[in-house]
Design a protein around this ligand. Structure first.
Ligand code: ZN
Length: 377
């Protein structure tokens, strides 16, 4: 069994992963969504019997509010919810300098430059030995050269290979760390509009190609690719998760070029497209994170999009058009919300013309489950 759930996380990610054989189920959580969406995650946790509220791993992909907001809430309520983690992956301020490692609880300067860095505090408070333990408390960073191998085999048998970030993306984050934390609401005081503008998940929505009727897929897919430059996004921990002969690319909000470069370093990359059973699109289907080049590097039929469209109007039509045009035959789109920004892809005319499928949560609901183990190939 290998399942994903894209929990309703507003414009963020909260990806609940279950895998295992027989009755033994292991769990991994990738991000906690926004602070406001935390009740959905809490509810999902409470639906588990109290003795099963354990995650082999919690991944906090990067410091943006739509990934970290709910995670902070989760760690705050950890004891009350009876939740435990085998390990927590998060690149904190300490990891932004080469060679930096997780401090001990007693260390005098455990925090970054902003003293209210609550996530760090919460992780250290929970158990600093669990923080990035797989790399001895150091940074989770893609090695500079050589073929990429799985970084870990979790209890229960899931293997994870790190695809992002590289050292360059961590280096570039350091100067903006303070602001990124403010934006995430981790420190007292709201981020200024200027901070948001400078750092934000800047929408790169292009012009609608056809305001009446279906969009022009070919024209949209041909729009020039303008890569995402938001530094917190670049620092995203992106993973290839493998279990039982199936695998999923968890793109976080990573850069397309970083993902592409890492995919090319997988041992089987010489054989053409890299086969994966599903991709969680990077950055909620923003046009700046899904290039045609990246789509063509993959052999995948199932493309998962996590966003309500709130705030940034994701997914961008250019990104979805690239999947439809460049993703090979039988592309399937899976959305965890139905919104004014994605319902255009339900068009029967478009689906017929391009031979793809689009699935949405039932009316009035949000969040979606995806069975990786039984996914179409
Ligand atoms: Zn995001």
């Amino acid at each position: 069994m290998f399942r994903l759930e894209l929990l309703p996380a507003q414009y963020g990610d909260a990806i609940w992963i279950e895998y295992g054989a027989g009755r033994k189920v292991s769990r991994v959580l990738v991000d906690g969504g926004t602070e406001a969406s935390f009740p959905a995650l809490r509810e999902r946790i409470l639906a588990l019997p109290a003795n099963q509220r354990h995650f082999e791993l919690l991944v906090v992909t990067h410091v943006d509010a739509d990934h970290i907001g709910g995670t902070v809430e989760l760690l705050r309520e950890r004891e009350a919810l009876g939740v435990s983690f085998g390990e927590i992956w998060f690149n904190g301020y300490v990891h932004l300098s080469a060679g930096g490692v997780v401090p001990t609880r007693e260390s005098p300067d455990i925090l970054g430059p902003e003293q209210g860095e609550q996530l760090t505090e919460l992780i250290v408070g929970a158990d600093p030995r669990k923080w990035n333990a797989v790399v001895g408390g150091g940074a989770l960073v893609v090695p500079p050269t050589g073929p990429l191998q799985p970084l870990v085999r979790l209890p229960g048998g899931m293997q994870l290979t790190l695809l992002s970030p590289g050292q360059e993306q961590l280096d570039r984050l350091k100067p903006v760390w303070d602001s990124a934390c403010r934006k995430a609401g981790i420190t007292p005081g709201a981020a200024t509009a200027a901070d948001s503008e400078r750092l934000g998940e800047v929408g790169t929505r292009g012009e609608e190609s056809d305001l009446l009727g279906d969009p022009d897929v070919v024209q949209l897919a041909s729009a020039p690719f303008v890569p995402d430059r938001a530094r917190p996004n670049g620092s995203s921990i992106a993973l290839l998760a493998e279990y039982g002969g199936r695998r999923v690319l968890l793109g976080a909000d990573a850069y397309a070029a970083v993902l592409g470069a890492s995919l090319a370093r997988l041992p089987e990359a010489a054989g053409g497209r890299i086969a994966v059973d599903a991709v969680k699109l990077a950055h909620h289907g923003s046009s700046g994170n899904t290039s045609s080049e990246l789509v063509r590097a993959l052999k995948c039929r199932n493309w998962l999009v996590s966003t309500s469209g709130q705030q940034f109007g994701h997914p961008d039509q250019e990104a979805i058009a690239r999947l439809i045009r460049d993703g090979g035959s039988g592309v399937g789109l899976v959305f965890n919300y139905r919104s004014e920004f994605n319902e255009v892809w339900a068009s029967a005319g478009l689906r017929r013309k391009y031979g793809y499928t689009a699935s949405y949560p039932a009316a009035g609901t949000a969040g979606v489950g995806f069975d990786v183990g039984r996914a179409k190939r």
